[in-house]
Design a protein around this ligand. Structure first.
Ligand SMILES: *[C@@H]1O[C@H](CO)[C@@H](O)[C@H](O)[C@H]1NC(C)=O
Ligand SMILES: *[C@@H]1O[C@H](CO)[C@@H](O)[C@H](O)[C@H]1NC(C)=O
Ligand SMILES: *[C@@H]1O[C@H](CO)[C@@H](O)[C@H](O)[C@H]1NC(C)=O
Length: 365
């Protein structure tokens, strides 16, 4: 005879079996507020440079969505903002923004201009990770002294850790006039830093990682303006082939790194996200998305073909912005517009570009 206890045990196991058979994609609600920690450069900086160095980012930055400059290098929301909105959580506060930030849904350590190397300078990836470790130990101190709002062990473990870095490492190497071969030679060093960051966060309880690869560097209006037509090889789309090849090689290495780390850190989920393909498609097939002038900055100086001049950049005297609503891809020659970021977000949320193919909210519970 079964005791009532074992019957109820069997019944609840039946329920958990049914639940485990339901497709993962039916889960789309976070029952607990999502927690995100982000590391990176201007592609995901939501105010770090402005808060950390007092640097001013002025109008027309921010004109489309916020109606004021927030320190984001775009006219509006960044990809990370759209990702937060998809989870119904507030925009991620910059870690160094001390006024008005509660950090109840995590913190953003990304800062404009950051790269992985050199280390130990503001705000290299390893410095951002050190800031995270400080954030974590302060949270524990405050918890121990009775504060209830702080993130605890469980929170750090269930949080999502996002990384989007590498673009400036490649860009800086080309800017130093390194040969293509020298730039390529540096890629394993960049990847080693990303590996260190993931392992260090994992050592500190992180289990869920979302890693963006880097976009087509050779299609940025700034690069097209900087590199003289005589000294560059251009692909049929008008982008610089060597720059894009370097980005592709970095991405292949990052993909392999994620595969290796999945074997090494068996209790971790590491998702590699192909931002390159999303961005390249937007640039090549701009008109399909209702976007225009893919190789020209909306805000800058000089007019076609690139509307970029290093002495008169967006936000400075003499620079001019395209009409509101004109749906450019490039905002200032380096960073994408809100219109492009919004399309990128919906493509990213489709799961087609993630390996393994998990939905962005996979870490919610
Ligand atoms: C966000 O809110 C919408 C509308 O209330 C809901 O359908 C969706 O499931 C929510 N998403 C998450 C991740 O909670
Ligand atoms: C452009 O769009 C076409 C048709 O949808 C697609 O086959 C192609 O892969 C796209 N190009 C890029 C570079 O993504
Ligand atoms: C930018 O400014 C520098 C220094 O004033 C000058 O040498 C250079 O010619 C300028 N470049 C352009 C494209 O105006």
């Amino acid at each position: 005879m079964d005791s009532p206890k074992s019957v109820s045990f069997r019944f609840s196991c039946f329920i958990c079996l049914i639940l485990s058979l339901l497709p993962h994609s039916t889960k789309s609600i976070c029952t607990r507020p999502p927690l995100i920690f982000n590391f990176g450069d201007s592609n995901s900086d939501t105010g770090g440079l402005v808060a950390g160095l007092g640097y001013s980012v002025t109008s027309p930055y921010g004109r489309t969505f916020f109606g004021r400059s927030t320190g984001r290098l775009s006219d509006g929301r960044l990809l990370i903002d759209f990702l937060c909105q998809s989870l119904n959580t507030s925009f991620l506060p910059a870690y160094m923004e001390s006024l008005g930030s509660t950090f109840s849904n995590g913190a953003n350590f990304a800062v404009v201009g950051s790269s992985t190397l050199p280390k130990f300078v503001p705000f290299a990836l390893n410095v951002q990770v050190m800031q995270f470790l400080h954030f974590k130990s302060r949270s524990y101190e405050l918890l121990a002294s009775g504060s209830e709002e702080m993130i605890n062990d469980d929170g750090f473990q269930r949080a999502l850790y996002m990384i989007d870095i590498g673009q400036n490492d490649l860009s800086d190497a080309f800017a130093k006039k390194y040969s293509y071969a020298q730039v390529i030679k540096g890629i394993p060093l960049i990847l080693a830093e990303i590996k260190n960051a993931i392992k260090s966060i994992h050592d500190n309880g992180g289990r869920k990682f979302w890693v963006h690869n880097t976009g087509p560097l050779g299609c940025l209006p700034q690069k097209l303006w900087l590199v003289q037509p005589s000294s560059r090889d251009v692909d049929p789309q008008g982008c610089i082939s060597t720059y894009n090849s370097a980005a592709n090689l970095f991405n292949e290495g990052l993909h392999q790194l994620c595969t290796k780390l999945r074997l090494e850190l068996k209790d971790a989920t590491i998702i590699y996200v192909d931002i390159y393909t999303i961005k390249y498609d937007l640039i090549i097939n701009a008109s399909k998305y209702g976007l225009k002038s893919p190789l020209m900055a909306c805000c800058g100086f000089g007019g076609p073909p690139y509307n970029y001049n290093i002495n008169v950049t967006c936000g400075h005297d003499g620079a001019q912005a395209c009409d509101q609503g004109s749906r450019f891809i490039s905002w200032d020659g380096i960073h994408f517009t809100e219109a492009a970021n919004s399309i990128m977000a919906s493509k990213l949320l489709s799961q087609q570009y993630s390996t393994p193919s998990l939905p962005f909210d996979f870490f919610c519970d």
